[in-house]
Write a protein that binds this ligand. Structure first.
Ligand code: UD1
Length: 350
């Protein structure tokens, strides 16, 4: 693991693995700020990593390359039965590639997702990781179908989504424990929750500023936890946060605080993959500021709406009414981690 969404995915799986097996946890150090990393380990009770590779930020090639060198050393030393990798980040492809080259079985959690937008680094990471994985744990039927189209059928299992496990396990805890609404002086159903961090939205000045201007026009306050990438870009573009009177910019929040913020918001506006699903699990309408999404099931019944081009007219999309009563169980039953562990064991005993 290395980036924030991976800590959330690893938590339920790690908990189950360690009941009867040994796990060696490797943190690449892709995310290193306390509020992007340590807080998730603390809150989700993820054991301290056995290795922290301290790779940090760099260009894609350099970051991934450094990870590859360091992960290879760990795998050679530990000689595991499996290397489990999660999601679609640079840490995912580095782990999968290092293992595959050493002929160690690779298990990919969240396999088969496709946005069919090859410009996204995440899409490159997904496709490459899937093609060198031995076990592919898909969260949805669509992801199984996507793999089939690419000729991958062996070792493919639809186990449901580990992020659903995480939400079910933590939402009540968040409702009781998180004080974020009081701390930010927010009232239930009186704010929108927004997050923007993807390269496709932040690397282009005009695009990021259009999105922020558009959010600033909404009819209720917008709470915006700012990812470090977005923070850096706003500074680079010379845009002060005080410029936006309707947006409340806050530091990145912990997982429990995020669940509480989602649960009490009017709607979600995001480019995050994870947040689109968390909105769905918690029955909140989502407006996704991206050309495409890999979570196409959430688009049914307008639960999730894509804003592809009209980033200056977000308010028109926010006003669309959405039928939130027709939710289906596309993402499994919340026992995904258990299914993953049993498949790993069967595979090794065969
Ligand atoms: C990465 C993942 C993305 C995931 C996201 C979740 C890739 C290609 N992308 O994007 O799929 O949705 O994590 O957050 O792996 N930074 C800090 N402190 C940190 C981490 C990052 O300041 O703790 C800053 C650095 O300036 C860095 C920038 O954020 O250059 C981007 O970080 P990086 O990990 O490269 O990608 P993310 O945009 O976070």
């Amino acid at each position: 693991v290395g980036a924030r969404p991976q800590f959330i995915k690893a938590a339920p799986v790690s908990r189950k693995i360690r009941k009867e097996n040994t796990e060696v946890l490797v943190h690449t150090g892709q995310h290193y700020d306390e509020n992007m990393s340590k807080v998730f380990f603390d809150e989700l009770n993820i054991p301290k990593p056995d290795y922290n590779l301290g790779v940090g930020s760099a260009s894609h090639g350099k970051q991934t390359g450094k990870m590859l060198i360091e992960i290879e050393k760990v795998i050679m030393k530990e000689n595991p039965d499996y290397v489990l990798v999660y999601g679609d980040t640079n840490s995912t492809i580095a782990g999968a590639l290092a293992a595959s080259k050493l002929h160690i079985s690779v298990a990919h959690v969240e396999a088969g997702l496709r946005s069919y937008n090859k410009n996204m680094p995440e899409e490159q990471n997904r496709v490459l990781t899937d093609h060198i994985s031995d076990l592919l744990f898909c969260p949805t039927k669509t992801s199984v179908e996507n793999l089939k189209k690419e000729g991958i059928t062996n070792g493919v299992h639809n186990v449901g989504d580990v992020m659903y496990d995480s939400v079910l396990y933590n939402v009540e805890i968040a409702r009781k424990k998180s004080n974020i609404l009081e701390n930010l002086n927010l009232n239930k159903n009186k704010y929108y929750l927004a997050t923007i961090h993807r390269a496709e939205n932040t690397d282009n000045k005009e695009k990021l500023l259009t999105i922020l201007d558009s959010l600033n026009e909404l009819d209720e306050k917008v709470v915006f936890p700012v990812h470090p990438r977005t923070n850096k870009k706003m500074n680079d573009y010379g845009r002060n946060k005080n410029y936006y009177s309707n947006i409340k910019f806050i530091k990145p929040v912990s997982y429990l605080d995020m669940l509480k913020l989602i649960d009490n918001s009017i709607k979600i506006l995001t480019d995050s993959g994870g947040l689109q699903k968390e909105a769905y699990f918690l029955e909140k309408a989502c407006i996704t500021l991206r050309e495409k999404t890999e979570w196409i099931e959430t688009l049914n019944n307008n639960y999730n709406i894509l804003v592809k081009k009209d980033l200056d007219k977000i308010k028109n999309y926010v006003n669309l009414s959405i039928d939130i009563n027709k939710k289906s169980e596309y993402f499994g039953d919340g026992n995904s981690a258990k299914k993953i562990i049993s498949k790993l064991r069967i595979d090794k005993s065969e």
